[in-house]
Design a protein around this ligand. Structure first.
Ligand SMILES: Nc1ncnc2c1ncn2[C@@H]1O[C@H](COP(=O)(O)OP(=O)(O)OP(=O)(O)O)[C@@H](O)[C@H]1O
Ligand SMILES: [Mg+2]
Length: 250
């Protein structure tokens, strides 16, 4: 199996404070990783450091075999636009554009696919995520769940190798969380690598592997294997994750 992300001796300081303390881990292509840990343990900092949104103080981040930790801003933006997708707690869609135009915009910007292909890809993504009926709506006219699905479509418009999420369901209720996570699991099943930060054990229980951060260190990890949507297996996964989290003092 091919390694897609290889983090070596990653340290991150903010002034005198060390927030990430010599992190090492690998992610293989097609894996789904969840990062958990107390507030302030460094989860977002880790996600931003491995996705090129922020730079490590020291150490290397190899993405598809290439060290991205030393790329200049322009090259890094290109890698992010072409090969990475991002979802956050809030959708950050642009107010004066329709749902469709928000999704299409990074597709036109990257030029990775033809405009025709971008349009087709946007339609297919909106159908898949159940928002085709609101494609032409202003973003003020749709629900929070629909906005977040649109954010998922936007993240996938350039067919990225990897999808990053920082609390992607943090602002959603439990039924909308399930819907968005079903979409993320489906995207992962189709081969896109996924790394998300979450506080929600039900969300993390859908990952292949859960990493627990404590004070900027990887304290432990739990291997769950691929999630297949089976309800019985799902409650077993959740149960073992709850037990494991309890051991971490979470
Ligand atoms: N830009 C920054 N400048 C200074 N300190 C920062 C900065 N970003 C994060 N920190 C500090 O680094 C530590 C880790 O922050 P981080 O946001 O990574 O935590 P987190 O695990 O994502 O927390 P939460 O669950 O609350 O989102 C915190 O102590 C935080 O105050
Ligand atoms: Mg955070």
């Amino acid at each position: 199996m091919k390694t897609i992300v290889d983090v070596e001796n990653l340290c991150k300081n903010f002034e005198d404070t060390q927030v990430l303390n010599n992190i090492n881990f690998k992610v293989v292509e097609g894996e789904f990783i969840a990062i958990m840990g107390q507030s302030g343990s460094g989860k977002s900092t880790l996600l931003y450091s491995i996705s090129g949104m922020d730079r490590p103080t020291s150490g290397n981040v190899l993405f598809c075999g290439k060290d991205i930790s030393k790329l200049d801003d322009e090259k890094m933006s290109e890698v992010r636009l072409m090969q990475m997708g991002f979802i956050f707690q809030h959708s950050y869609l642009l107010k004066n554009l329709s749902i469709r135009d928000n999704i299409i915009l990074p597709g036109f910007k990257s030029g990775k696919l033809s405009r025709e292909q971008v349009n087709q890809n946007a339609e297919a993504l909106m159908v898949k995520t159940g928002i085709a009926s609101v494609a032409d709506h202003d973003i003020k006219m749709v629900s929070g769940g629909q906005l977040q699905r649109a954010a998922v479509c936007r993240a996938l418009i350039n067919q990225p190798d990897i999808l990053f999420g920082d609390e992607p369901t943090g602002a959603l209720n439990s039924s909308t969380t399930r819907e968005v996570m079903d979409i993320i699991n489906a995207v992962n099943t189709e081969g896109t690598t996924v790394i998300i930060v979450t506080h929600d054990a039900k969300v993390a229980a859908r990952a292949d592997r859960v990493i627990f951060l404590m004070d900027g260190n990887i304290h432990d990890e739990l291997k769950l294997g691929k999630y297949d949507g089976d309800e019985k297996k799902k409650s077993y996964r959740e149960k073992s994750l709850y037990e494991w989290l309890e051991k971490q003092g979470f």
